[in-house]
Design a protein around this ligand. Structure first.
Ligand SMILES: [Zn+2]
Length: 310
């Protein structure tokens, strides 16, 4: 078994053990000794197969994330190509827009009648360099243009940005939050129908299924990084906070997920009526609920009490 396989096996065993204990204690019903892909709920008796279980990073690895759970290869591919890639490109654009010293940033040089590709760089001494290469442009046209440029001519340059689908950027954030929540709650989330809408959204990034206003720049400090429960009555929900890092850029975000008490539509409706996105009654159980049956019991007692009040 190589290192990657070993890591996948450890995660597999951890969640299978947790699932068995949730079934034995009557919290969920279903087949024992299996791992379910948290996105499509595909059933696995081992880590390998035609559509094997793969490491899923949350946040994406290139944005500072780590592998915490397994998803099937199919779901992992959809997440990578149809959601995470847009999020990564967005961070790359933000990094370029901040014009970090010493970095060559792709640009378009706009002359009155022509556009050429090039790069822009701010040197450490504060001077700036604009370069165009004959490789990326029509050589003859570029040579012709360079001959004609006179001192004092004004030209524009424009940063080249990636094509971003902002809905998919949001769904990538939703996926990161959901994977982090699954790492904390395990199969309890698979059994909670309020989460069906999350899974449906992640399986169908081309459609709009999840309500739109579920993620925000974080108003909180880093001490609540991770998966939290909002205990405030009426908006009981799961709040996931994480930081994305790319070169000199970092962004701390919060994402709202449903919980067993409220569905996400009623939660986002409640949130939209509040001017401040700061809710003080936040609980963070650092231990998590995977293989912590006493923690699950306490959680369920709280859920039962809240449901009675409603
Ligand atoms: Zn899957």
């Amino acid at each position: 078994m190589n290192k990657g396989e070993q890591k996948r096996q450890v995660i597999f065993d951890r969640f299978v053990k947790n699932r068995n204990s949730l079934i034995d204690n009557g919290f969920i019903i279903g087949e024992k000794d299996v791992y379910l892909c948290p996105i499509c709920k595909g059933v696995y008796h081992s880590i390998n197969g035609d559509n094997p279980l793969t490491l899923e990073d949350a946040p994406p690895k290139s944005l500072g994330g780590k592998a915490k759970v397994l998803t099937c290869k199919k779901c992992n591919n959809i997440a990578g190509t149809k959601m995470d890639s847009y999020l990564v490109n967005r961070l790359k654009d933000l990094s370029n827009q901040s014009l970090p010293k010493g970095k060559e940033i792709p640009i378009e040089m706009i002359f009155n009648d022509d556009i050429f590709k090039g790069t822009f760089k701010i040197n450490n001494d504060g001077s700036a360099e604009v370069k165009s290469s004959r490789k990326n442009n029509n050589k003859l046209r570029l040579d012709e243009k360079m001959k004609k440029i006179k001192e004092g001519d004004m030209h524009k340059i424009k940063l080249i940005e990636n094509r971003i689908d902002f809905n998919k950027v949001k769904y990538a954030l939703l996926k990161t939050a959901y994977i982090m929540a699954f790492e904390k709650f395990g199969d309890l989330l698979l059994f909670d129908s309020n989460f069906d809408v999350v899974r449906e959204q992640l399986l169908n990034p081309e459609k709009r299924i999840y309500p739109q206003d579920f993620c925000f720049a974080s108003p909180y400090e880093d001490k609540i990084d991770g998966v939290n429960i909002i205990m405030t009555e009426g908006i009981e929900s799961i709040l996931v906070q994480f930081e994305l890092k790319y070169e000199d850029i970092n962004r701390r975000l919060i994402v709202f997920l449903p919980c067993m008490i409220n569905d996400i539509f009623s939660i986002t409706r409640e949130i939209s009526t509040k001017k401040q996105k700061k809710f003080y009654n936040i609980s963070n159980n650092n231990a998590g609920y995977v293989n912590n049956i006493d923690g699950v019991k306490l959680l369920y007692n709280w859920i039962k009490r809240r449901k009675k009040i409603k």
